[in-house]
Unconditional design. Structure first.
Length: 189
């Protein structure tokens, strides 16, 4: 059984550009501010426009001083089995290599379309490679506002559970239609 070490799980969020128009201010940052103000949850937020940014911030996150930031929230456009960072696709396998064996007691959430639209074996391989407690995200195209609201609820629920299996059971029992409509996956070993 996979258990988190604590209930308090702060958020490390990396976000890509949602729109090509630089005047568009779409961002998940407002959701993080909401969590900070209402749950006293701490967060680190960084924007990533390149693979190099992504690699740099992930290498920083692995440092011991950031161990309390145990939810890694990837907020990017997605494609099956990948996230879109700038003009590049970064696959789950590549992310797994960047995070290799550094995610003990960590949760990885993909707030992106289709990233988990892949075989369960590929996601389990990612989990084994990173050592994460669980990985979660969406299989289909999702609405930004609806999925952001779901992300808020999910991050809040992660604060209530150490046992990922119990969280999964509660989520599917109480938010079944939301989970089904968004084609949400939560995978753990």
């Amino acid at each position: 059984m996979r258990l988190a070490q604590s209930y308090r799980k702060n958020v490390f969020c990396l976000e890509g550009d949602w729109q090509k128009d630089m005047r568009d201010n779409s961002s998940v940052r407002a959701a993080l501010i909401f969590l900070q103000q209402n749950l006293n949850l701490k967060y680190i937020y960084k924007q990533c426009g390149t693979r190099e940014n992504l690699e740099y911030y992930l290498s920083m996150w692995k440092q011991k001083k950031y161990s309390a930031y145990s939810i890694c929230y990837f907020a990017f456009h997605g494609k099956p089995e990948s996230i879109e960072v700038g003009k590049e696709l970064v696959t789950l396998a590549e992310l797994g290599d960047m995070l290799q064996d550094s995610c003990q007691d960590k949760i990885i959430h993909f707030g992106s379309c289709q990233t988990l639209n892949t075989d369960r074996k590929n996601i389990e391989k990612f989990l084994e490679h990173t050592g994460a407690l669980c990985v979660c995200g969406f299989e289909s195209e999702i609405n930004f506002i609806e999925s952001s609201a779901f992300d808020l609820m999910l991050i809040e629920m992660f604060q209530q559970y150490k046992d990922i299996a119990m969280l999964d059971k509660n989520l599917r029992k109480n938010y079944r239609s939301f989970v089904k409509r968004l084609q949400f996956k939560l995978i753990y070993l």
